[in-house]
Design a protein around this ligand. Sequence first.
Ligand SMILES: Cc1cc2nc3c(=O)[nH]c(=O)nc-3n(C[C@H](O)[C@H](O)[C@H](O)COP(=O)(O)O)c2cc1C
Length: 412
Amino acid sequence: MRDLPLDGRRIVLGVSGSIAAYKAAEIVSRLVQGGAEVHVVLTSHAREFIGAATFRGLTGNPVLTDVFDEPYDGRMAHISLAQGADLFLVAPATANLLAKMANGIADDVLTTMLLATDAPVIAAPAMNTVMFDHPATVANLSTLRQRGVEIVEPAEGRLACGSDGKGRLADPDAIVAAVHARIRRSCDLTGLRFLISAGAGSEPIDPVRLITNRSSGRMGVALARAAARRGGAVVLVAGHRSVEPPPGVEVVRFDTTASYRAACLERFPACDVFIGAAAPADFTPVTVSQTKIRRDSSGADLMIPLRSNPDVIAELAAQKDSRLVVGFAAESEDLRTRALEKLRAKGLDLIVANDITAEDAGFDVPTNRVVLVWPDGRHEDLPLMTKDELAHQILDRILGMTGLASRTPSPA
Ligand SMILES: Cc1cc2nc3c(=O)[nH]c(=O)nc-3n(C[C@H](O)[C@H](O)[C@H](O)COP(=O)(O)O)c2cc1C
């Protein structure tokens, strides 16, 4: 039997109340022909335009129209389908639906599922030009893009309401191509072994006090999640206080730089790509007090001598052979120059530099704006985006550097 590009992939298609809803039937048909298992969810307004029977017939699956629909015994269909999806497509997406998505409203089965899914989401808007250009819609689309939702831009032309302009649902070809591209991304790292580090290190001063830093681990965890989703085998070396690790990755915890170094050195020989997004401590107290250091009754200052910790990523890069070693640079000035100096001093293959003085980038925020710098001085400025989307962008570049990018099958 021929391998189909979407074989075994579960795609949930949400259809909302646009006059273009009938085009969803063509999209479903193409996805099913590509081998996908498609589940359709209709808003109540969508049902004014096209019936559930059409989609039941095309997909062979029950169609969800209400949050209380229970076509699969006792499994809370809206949750189990949302969570088991490889991809969530909304086509057509009305202005109303985009507004609800942007604001996390869950007042029907489709919007509830969109909140319950952690699958990648693609939305294809369709609406009258004035609605599309309305500042509310523009802001909602911007919010969704920043959150990692991929928007398939509507086309220009004659609209159903009689006016001309932008707002017509993108061609089903373009929507199906976006699905193929996203699904391809979901397995393009198969066979690559990643060692990724995340979060803050800490060094004890005494039994109760620590030296640590503000790294939350979000960026490293986003990289681990994205690499695992795309088929990579991932070991995550995570600081004890970093954000929750994603499912499907092996987690090794660290606290001191000594434990970080030991974990990385042990796992490094079995990886193809090391991404050092952790912030292990650069310094450690020369001696650790075995008892709690008491405050001096005279109010005298406490001096704690610190010594430098080993530079773990430089040590790994020195023994990398054919492996790729990718580092991060958090800088507050001369971003590109400092990042290039750091990359060259440590012998890295790529460095991801971010300006820690920007409020929307860097530590403990869900977004980041970075510059990628390569050893030959080439650089690429990426716009502000979520750490999840940035993780995919970084992995795209790494895949290109491995030379394996071309091995992925092209869409049928
Ligand atoms: C004939 C007709 C066509 C419509 N076409 C669109 C459309 O293309 N895009 C859109 O955003 N709204 C359109 N609407 C308005 C939506 O149906 C309306 O905003 C509704 O509340 C959307 O609900 P839903 O997002 O839950 O499906 C249309 C309404 C009618 C009556």
